[in-house]
Design a binder for this molecule. Sequence first.
Ligand code: SIN
Length: 502
Amino acid sequence: MSVRPTPPIVVVGAGVAGLSAALALAPRPVLLVCERPPGEGGATPLAAGGLAAALAAGDSVADHAEDTLLAGHGNDREAVRVLVAGAADAVAWLEAQGVRFDRAADRRYAFGREGGHRRARILHAGGDATGAAIARSLAAAARATPSIRVLDGLRVDGVRLGTDGRVCGVLALDAAGVRHALDGAAVLLACGGIAGLFADRTGPAGLQGLGLSVAQAVGARLRDLPFVQFHPTALALEARASDGRRSLITEALRGAGAVLRDRRGQRLMAAHPLGDLAPRDQVARAVAAADGPWLDTSPCAPDWPAAFPSTVAAIARHGLAIGDPLPVCAAQHFHMGGVASDLDGATSVPGLFAVGECAANGAHGANRLASNSLLEGVVYGRRAAAALAAATSRPRPSATRRFAPGAEPEALATLRLRLSAALGPVRRRSELLRLLPTLAADTRQHTIARALVIATLAQRGNLGAHQWHAADAPVAVPISLWPGSPAAHHGQRPGSGRSVRP
Ligand code: SIN
């Protein structure tokens, strides 16, 4: 009797979430579909923060959960519990894959602090090059895993459905323009966020909401689209990295003592109880509203340059060093919204799973806590892998759904500028209403932009990373009601807004 081979799982994306899932699926066959070789593309290698884990003496999983909830406003509590409770195991698993987290002279972990965390609990690897260290180790582990077939150089442009309506594969174009059909038992999206739809961003140009396009093609539910996170300390100097993104000045510098000031030298965050380590949404709005904001790194301690090699290299390109005043601005950094998924990554469409930044399971609420995203990739990537073990049948492909064509470079550049102007840290209804008719083009990127703008217009109040301009806001949050106070929770909770199916 012949035994049928187990059908593969198609994993789209080779950052921390996709690689964690692919490795955890072994020895189950995986087709790992990605544009750049594993560990080289996407946002993971750029992650300058670290991985939050309540492992320090005196810290607790409950405190980590509480900080995640205070920063996030209306997170899904169970998603937060799973995230933070999984941190210790995630760290041990990463170490087993070869990641070496930084340690102090006494060989214990060296914990850093970032915005919204009440205490130092951030693990780094290679200082502010943690994402790169994790990407390298996981990519090497994946290359050494025979069950993972890496298919790089491919751009996904469609989805395959089986006779039973389950998602069972993707269509992808190679560099020569040849289209490949890649089928398996199920598809796991781990393909990152929407940085490449914004002109002012810290993430790569190539991340243009692929997960949202897949979901739109098959009618999967999306959630929390208005919640776009802006990082308060992107380097505000004109020359940018080769793909147009701004260099990130890691929050860990503020954790070590750097402070934000305006042109007159006044501290920007002096009024906040957490000062410069307030949650990111609040600091980003303060920076966006400030006249000539800059990061004062003059409190520089002797160990800073070694602890922040990525930041040192980025500012050195502009002739600056740590200790100098660093001009900063707010720039798009992360999307809390995405393809609605449960705690195992399952979406509303059978056979389609999503984890990492492209997914939204409610763990981040309306404003992700710093250094919870690498953690999310590991914890939820591995959970999705466990759930996918049950997907053993190979649906017979019977239908394909191609995406709308990609926008031409000029149209994409215009779209990026418009989204950056209208969908920034503070939004105006009038601007969004003016923007909407300009997004009518039938391209993949314009389709996503329309969904973002429509969902934002439907957001009633201020919440987390979404804030209406004072002239537009039905309910303004007075500066004295710092989020964390129940009185400040005026907005629609994440997940409670309508699903968006443009
Ligand atoms: C940072 O290093 O400031 C970014 C960390 C993060 O996005 O969590």
